[in-house]
Write a protein that binds this ligand. Sequence first.
Ligand SMILES: NC(=O)c1ccc[n+]([C@@H]2O[C@H](COP(=O)([O-])OP(=O)(O)OC[C@H]3O[C@@H](n4cnc5c(N)ncnc54)[C@H](O)[C@@H]3O)[C@@H](O)[C@H]2O)c1
Length: 426
Amino acid sequence: MKIGIIGLGYVGLTLAMAAAARGAEVFGTEINPQIKKSLAENRAIFFEPKLDELIAKHNHKNFHCVNELPPPNVHSFDAFIITVGTPLYPNSIKPNLEAISAAVKSLLPAYDGSQVVIIRSTVSVGTTRKTVLPLLSKLIGKREEELFVSMCPERTIEGKALQELKTLPQIISGNNQKAADMARRVFEKISPRVIEAKTLEEAELAKLYCNTYRDINFSVGNAFCLAAQMFGVDGMSVINLANEGYSRSKISRPGFVAGPCLEKDAYILTDNMPDCASKNLILGARKISESLEDLVVEWVKRHVGAATKPLVLSGMAFKGRPETSDLRGSSAVNIARKLFAAGYSLRLHDFVASVKDLEALQLGEAFEDLSAACKDAAALLVLNNHERYENFLLPESSLPVFDAWQVCKKIDSAFTLGNILLEEGE
Ligand SMILES: NC(=O)c1ccc[n+]([C@@H]2O[C@H](COP(=O)([O-])OP(=O)(O)OC[C@H]3O[C@@H](n4cnc5c(N)ncnc54)[C@H](O)[C@@H]3O)[C@@H](O)[C@H]2O)c1
């Protein structure tokens, strides 16, 4: 099995290693020079458990990061998998799918129409059939019916990607049965279970549903949490009460709903959806979770005022469990940007993201040690749920703390998302 992967970011590199570990020969291309450099040094530029070990094992053996995929007379590929990013345009809710078309074009000269081209990136419904297939047809001068395209979405979560690639059912699809069968061969190599979608669109939608379902569920927790405070009731406390011993209530704990996927997938789903009540529900849920960021900024203005000392923002990665170094789409980073724009001086800390990555944000000084960051500060804002906060002790007990997720077990009197709108903390 010979696979070409376009894009060696989180999805491409973990998939490449999962396939290489199962004995496939994998060629990957990447346009980011930093990623190519780190791969030459046998490591990923991001943290993912066990990934660096696999890179060291397979790099230059059955995994090759190449500038261009080799032509068919040198290597004959079974499949190409496109894993490039599909972010939103800046300050917009419109997905930018330009990288997909560029990646498709980059398949030449390795592509001759006989291989299956698999879209793994998250795309708007219809992209595989209406953008990818006609583009391939134009590129090599064959009719669409003669070609093989497939949409096989990625559904792993960062921090458990390699583990989940081996356990999650893989959704496959095809523009015809042969394409679906070709995709099946690829994913049967990696995963114990493959499920076939009836159409390309069904596969595209299933992926968007998985993330939007999570998004809406988390937003319900946030909506209930904020609503409780309209009645003067702590939002976290009432959600715990409603869930306690009552299996029909599984209301999410309030928290930021963020990261490179959840920040955008509801918008990708609704991108080309006609206006309707379903669309309102999906977008309304997103808005509720996004509104938490402004509430934190308002909390700082109310409780810290115009600080002359720096604010400490800790937990900058978009989530703490499972831990990740990923700062993309992080609500903590958005909050930092808003506070920075409002004139606050900031100190940034994270248990996993590196000082170098935090400094690259250019929003304040980055600290390795949280206690050191808290010295002589105006307040501490704990913005993700990393388990190391549970035992964290404040160096100065008088420091005001906003503990968004209520994870600091050793700190009393903290404000949380559950009481962010109330006048006094618990
Ligand atoms: N990160 C996740 O956990 C996750 C999970 C499920 C789905 N997804 C989806 O998968 C896609 C990729 O996500 P990601 O987090 O891996 O993004 P990423 O930005 O980490 O990786 C994409 C990589 O593709 C590279 N690239 C772009 N154009 C290229 C080209 N023409 N040739 C070669 N390389 C190119 C980029 O430089 C980048 O390194 C997105 O659509 C995302 O929504 C991500």
